[in-house]
Write a protein that binds this ligand. Sequence first.
Ligand code: CA2
Length: 144
Amino acid sequence: MTSLLILNGPNLNLLGTRQPQVYGSTTLADIEADCVAYGTELGVNITCTQSNHEGELVDTIHAAKGTFAGVILNAGAYTHTSIALMDAISSVELPVIELHLSNIHAREEFRHKSYIAPVSIGQICGFGAAGYRLSIDAMLGHLR
Ligand code: CA2
């Protein structure tokens, strides 16, 4: 069975509790449960994890090699700063989809830069929590 990793970065554990006008009112636990349920529907194993720590995200990407066929990554603010995450993705040679709830291109200038984009197969942003299911579909389409 195909296994996918859904990896969320800093502050995304706060989803649904603050700034609902920007990030929606769905909690991360709700999103993760929905991804797992969608995976069951599709016959795909979905594992979800979140960390606020850059090094831990790097470790998780390294460990994904050999276990997961692809990674869906919402790296949060590390998207715009982290060469370490970019290098980790390059080093594992796994397909990664960059995901954001908000449309980072319609927001502040500093969010337009992504270190993840050049090492990803594609980017999905601006569709809120629905982006997670879209990313699963896109990853499965890529792997097929
Ligand atoms: O739109 C996204 O998914 C982001 O990755 C979210 C990050 C932001 O830095 C990126 O530019 C775009 C921020 C996540 C913060 O999440 C919060 C959720 C609720 C309350 C406060 C923060």
